[in-house]
Design a protein around this ligand. Structure first.
Ligand SMILES: Cc1ncc(C[n+]2csc(CCOP(=O)(O)OP(=O)(O)O)c2C)c(N)n1
Ligand code: SF4
Ligand SMILES: [Mg+2]
Length: 304
């Protein structure tokens, strides 16, 4: 059973009045992430919007220890902190690396792959706002096909995005999950579960960004939900190799109608000049990924 939002802990670890843009999904999501960690964590953060959200020393909007590190070294710094805490017998503290899509899938992937191959005791959370937002919306390898950034052609990115959870699964780590700020109970449960596991845990968080995706800041939760309702973002977890759909994606697989991807994309300025052919390819990619995910869910369920 997914935790009901009314039953989430009331203590706040991410304070209001922080420096993120109005309507930023990262702040919304990390309220729930830090609640699940109950203050028992050290955050390791490379350059990103999350650094800005945390604030500049000596002020901080997060009531947890935060270590700012260089862009490519997040998982390496987290590995060092994990080794230090282990030596001190502090098994109650979770080492949580928090990086954007650029800091995870592009610039930080070497250290992340190394840590995962060693099965280092860290939780790595990639919040995927689908571009290098902090520096002005440059394209990353997680920018989706057809989305316009300041470094893509006018009609949008010409390539499909990388599947980082699949890359992480190829490292045989104990826990991989996807989560969305539109579904806080599902997000909370996944972080809470990952917190008490050992080895490398990886969570990929869909992170709608009003500034870069170009939609009104009041619409963030609606946009996050539309991503899941259309299957453009699928909620699942892979625990010790066992795949299962969760939350609203599970309900969709049980017969609730999946909406067309165009309902998720319309209203986002970054797709305003994307041609019909590209949009059709995007829908096709979403359909294929959805088909594979549901097939895997039900075949592994039958085997269990
Ligand atoms: C080695 C290095 N290259 C480039 C930068 C400049 N830089 C700072 S934040 C950032 C964008 C980060 O993008 P992402 O990881 O997706 O996080 P977001 O800003 O989207 O939250 C860049 C390019 C840097 N600080 N260090
Ligand atoms: S640019 Fe986007 S991700 Fe960054 S703080 Fe603003 S809304 Fe959040
Ligand atoms: Mg980003």
């Amino acid at each position: 059973m997914t935790t009901n939002i009314l039953h989430l802990p009331e203590t706040e670890y991410l304070l209001p009045g922080n420096r993120a843009c109005a309507g930023c999904s990262v702040g919304i999501a990390f309220r729930h992430v830090t609640k699940a960690l109950e203050g028992k964590a050290v955050l390791i953060v490379p350059a990103s919007c999350f650094t800005v959200l945390c604030g500049m020393y000596p002020t901080s909007s997060v009531t947890l220890p935060v270590i700012n590190c260089t862009f490519p070294s997040t998982a390496a710094v987290a590995s060092g902190v994990a080794a230090s805490l282990k030596k001190q017998g502090r098994t109650d503290i979770t080492v949580v690396a928090v990086a954007g899509d650029g800091g995870t899938a592009d610039i930080g992937i070497q250290a992340l792959s190394g840590a995962a191959e060693r099965n280092t005791d860290i939780l790595f959370i990639c919040y995927d706002n689908e571009a290098y937002m902090n520096t002005g919306t440059q394209r990353s390898s997680l920018t989706p096909l057809g989305a316009r950034t300041t470094t893509t052609p006018t009609q949008g990115k010409q390539q499909l995005s990388k599947d980082v959870p699949a890359i992480m699964e190829a490292h045989h780590i104990p826990y991989i999950a996807t989560a969305s700020p539109g579904y806080p109970g599902d997000l909370y449960d996944k972080v809470y579960k990952a917190r008490f596991m050992k080895g490398t845990r990886y969570i990929q968080l869909n992170a709608p960004c009003p500034a870069g995706w170009q939609y009104p800041s009041a619409d963030t939760v609606a946009v996050a939900r539309k991503a899941v309702e259309s299957g453009a973002f699928i909620l699942y977890e892979i625990e010790n190799g066992h795949f299962r759909l969760t939350g609203h994606s599970l309900r969709l697989s049980e017969g609730k109608e999946r909406t067309p991807v165009s309902e998720f994309l319309s209203g986002q300025g970054r797709y305003s000049r994307t041609d019909e052919e590209t949009l059709a390819t995007l829908q096709q990619q979403v359909d294929e990924r959805w088909h594979l995910a549901t097939k895997r869910h039900y075949s592994e369920k039958a085997d269990a």
